[in-house]
Design a protein around this ligand. Structure first.
Ligand SMILES: [Zn+2]
Length: 421
């Protein structure tokens, strides 16, 4: 019998995965029993007592610049922390992710807990952190220095604790989560480095105590229209790239998309031309297409491409002078859509762990490293790292550490539940 058939026979809800996953079994009673065990209580108390040191680590990490595609210095700092935490097989993979392992009794279930190394801030940004009371201020202090500090903390807590987990946990600090990074680090983990072995994937990203179980997919294009150009009066009758662009943007703005699954479009930037009295030889725009559903995103993508083709054909048909307009599409962003159902064990485990720290988790959609795992049918969520804050992706980002221990402890308990303890 295959794993899936065994699971079906036992009435376990396995996700529709491209690979068989060993779904962690979670029910509220099991969670309560686990959280009441003496060695778990001791580990949680120790972790709670370390929160001030964890915040110091968060500041130290945040002050190591990690611009897009330049995460290596911060990666090395995390690598050293993984070694100090006592993880085994600490390594950098081919794309620059940092990995470390805490072995359980068996290789499976295999749980991956991650946070991202990169920030949105360019080289030269002043990343110093200032503190006033419980508030830490600095670019990237929450997103995702918080996630990395929690990751280091629970790796250390698990190493120091005598708790034996059934399955194995891989801790991963990923490159390329933000913007044009297109979650390349998480994709590499899922598709190459750990391909076919992941049973649950958790990303720690953002502040608060909520859970993201729906991954918004996006496709972004730069569309460039080109033509022969010419004098506005003398060459009148020549197909015009800006006119073709206008036709395309008008058709995009008239697109109808479903409200559910939520699907959106936006033309966000536009440019081209050289002079008011010249037929331009080039014009371009950038468009952002999104959906929480992969099929809806693919359908929108197909309609968008047809619009561009049609706009070019209509502009060329309009004029008789020789010389035609053409369009080139360049993908400037591509994130897969996916979701983990509310009823999935990983979501129930996250809720139980949140309850254990006296809070309730609200479910959200978002675009995070978890998208990469969701796309492959792996049970995946993103959890906030605790505390609260404002200004993610802004220079005046703030992290309020009031009760931030709840984020650390929740991530630790979730890891135990998923690995089976
Ligand atoms: Zn982030």
């Amino acid at each position: 019998m295959t794993l899936r058939l065994i699971a079906l026979a036992l009435g376990l809800a396995l996700p529709l995965a491209a690979q068989p996953t060993v779904a962690p079994r979670v029910d509220d009673d099991a969670a309560r029993r686990l959280f009441a065990r003496a060695e778990v209580v001791a580990a949680v108390d120790a972790l709670k007592a370390r929160e001030a040191a964890i915040l110091d680590d968060q500041v130290a990490i945040s002050e190591i610049p990690a611009p897009p595609i330049k995460e290596a210095t911060r990666a090395e700092a995390v690598r050293q922390r993984f070694v100090a935490a006592g993880l085994s097989d600490v390594r950098l993979d081919a794309i620059g992710n940092v990995l470390g392992v805490r072995r359980g009794k068996a290789a499976r279930p295999h749980v991956v807990i991650s946070a991202h190394l990169d920030t949105v801030f360019p080289v030269g940004t002043d990343v110093r952190v200032t503190r006033s009371g419980a508030v830490l201020k600095g670019p990237g202090i929450g997103d995702d220095a918080r996630g990395l500090a929690v990751l280091n903390a629970i790796a250390g807590a698990l190493s120091r604790s005598p708790i034996q987990t059934a399955g194995t946990v891989t801790f991963a600090a990923t490159v390329g989560e933000e913007g044009l990074g297109d979650i390349r680090g998480a994709r590499h983990l899922v598709d190459t480095e750990l391909a076919g072995t992941i049973d649950a994937f958790v990303s720690i990203d953002g502040v608060g105590l909520d859970v993201t179980n729906v991954g918004v997919g996006s496709r972004r294009y730069k569309v460039t229209f080109a033509g022969p150009g010419g004098h506005s009066y003398g060459a009148f009758g020549t197909a015009n790239p800006i006119h073709a662009l206008g036709r395309a943007v008008a058709a995009v703005s008239d697109l109808s998309v479903p409200a559910s699954p939520r699907t959106t479009f936006n033309v966000g930037r536009i440019g081209g031309g050289t002079s008011v009295n010249a037929i331009p030889f080039e014009a371009w725009f950038e468009v952002d297409l999104r959906s929480v559903d992969a099929a809806a995103l693919a359908a929108l993508d197909a309609r968008f491409k047809a619009i561009v083709d049609h706009a070019v054909a209509a502009e060329n048909a309009r004029w008789s002078r020789p010389g035609q307009v053409s369009a080139t599409l360049t993908i400037v962003g591509d994130r897969p859509a996916g979701s983990t159902p509310e009823s999935a064990a990983i979501v129930r485990a996250a809720r139980a762990a949140t309850q254990a720290v006296g809070e309730r988790a609200t479910l959200h959609d978002g675009s995070t490293d978890a998208n990469a795992a969701m796309q492959r049918g792996i049970p995946a969520i993103t959890i906030d790292g605790g505390g609260s804050g404002t200004g993610a992706h802004a220079l005046d980002e703030r992290f309020d550490s009031t009760d931030s221990w709840k984020g650390t402890v929740r991530a630790f308990l979730l890891t135990l539940l998923l690995a089976g303890a």
